[in-house]
Design a protein around this ligand. Structure first.
Ligand code: NAD
Length: 312
């Protein structure tokens, strides 16, 4: 299958590498010159669950690839999705499947402006990845990559992608309700990421603090209310809080990506997590004071650092 990875940073390189290793015809797309130069010259150096390998991979800028793809995995940060979709319009054909595994809320709506719904496959991943230097990345995981067709008639297409992921060692799993999965993952990022970023601490320390219960219940209650009213998704608050606490024990002394974003002077995805819930709550005529405050504080921190992620 001809596959493009639209956004070949941390996660994109990991997926692209394993897909190519499984025999797929993969092209990495990115606009980061040093990264492109490093991979073109030396190959991608990647550590997958601790095993280091170097592989020659095709990489170029989106406007340099001039053929329609069978499938495109989008792997930008949330705020980069729209510009990326504009820049890959020429490689999307009538049957090109576009697979979105980004964290955050609202991406289906963004994709629908550029891709027919029948070709959109939404999902989540719990694999983790990072960039150590241009052309050098690490990729860790074994958990599921859950996905589902957006158009109910297109289950076969989603199952085909699930099979490819499975064969590539990426633990593809068909989700019977990807909207629920997405909201549940958003609860993880909307608590762990934002609180660790604000409190400048690891997940285990934040989740051992004396006020964690009230913070979790406050944030999750607001996610739950918006999920129900906006998407008809039921998130049990008590069960979700328990799930987050269990997960925190498993993850332990880890700084989530939003913490790393601020530490490296990069804009965060807050507007697609707590910010999206706060914004939706206004439209729905309900209150989301926890999410609004968390969003304001993260933006204040970005301002102090001289970076901006605000969505207009
Ligand atoms: P990243 O910043 O490492 O990679 C994004 C890449 O996209 C960058 O290399 C950037 O140069 C490129 N890019 C962005 N806009 C572009 C454009 N218009 N044209 C060309 N290239 C463009 O991000 P990541 O960590 O791989 O995360 C991607 C998504 O996956 C995010 O939503 C993130 O929250 C989610 N996610 C990440 C992890 C993780 O561990 N890294 C885990 C789960 C989910």
């Amino acid at each position: 299958m001809k596959i493009a990875i639209a956004g070949s940073g941390a996660l994109g390189c990991g997926f692209g590498y394993l897909l190519q290793k499984n025999g797929e015809d993969v092209t990495l797309l990115d606009n980061w010159d040093d990264h492109i130069q490093a991979i073109s010259t030396n190959g991608l150096r990647i550590s997958v669950n601790g095993n280091e390998e170097t592989k020659d991979m095709k990489i170029c800028k989106p406007n340099e690839l001039n053929e329609e793809m069978d499938a495109i995995f989008v792997f930008t940060k949330s705020m980069g999705l729209k510009p990326m979709m504009k820049s890959i319009a020429h490689i999307i054909g009538k049957n090109t499947k576009v697979i979105c595994l980004l964290n955050g809320l609202g991406h289906l709506k963004t994709l629908e402006a550029y891709v027919e719904k029948k070709n959109i496959i939404m999902g989540t991943t719990v694999w983790t990845a990072g960039i150590d230097a241009p052309g050098i990345t690490h990729f860790n995981g074994q958990g599921p990559v859950e996905l589902q067709n957006s158009d109910p008639d297109e289950k076969e297409a989603a199952l085909e992608i699930v099979a490819i992921l499975k064969n590539s060692g990426l633990n593809g799993v068909y989700s019977e309700d990807v909207t629920y999965t997405t909201w549940r993952k958003a609860c993880v990022n909307g608590t762990m990421n934002s609180l660790c970023a604000l409190l400048d601490s690891t997940i285990d320390k934040v989740f051992s603090s004396s006020t964690i219960d009230s913070m979790l219940t406050g944030i999750v209650s607001e996610f739950s209310a918006v999920a129900e009213l906006q998407d008809g998704v039921t998130l049990d608050v008590e069960e979700t809080v328990m799930y987050l606490k269990d997960l925190a024990v498993k993850v332990g002394a880890h700084y989530p990506s939003m913490h790393q974003d601020l530490a490296n002077n990069r804009p965060t995805e807050i507007d697609y997590l707590n910010g999206a819930v706060a914004k939706a709550s206004i439209k729905l005529g309900i209150q989301a004071p926890f999410c609004q405050k968390v969003t304001d504080l993260i933006h204040a921190k970005e301002d102090i650092l001289g970076i901006s992620s605000a969505v207009n």
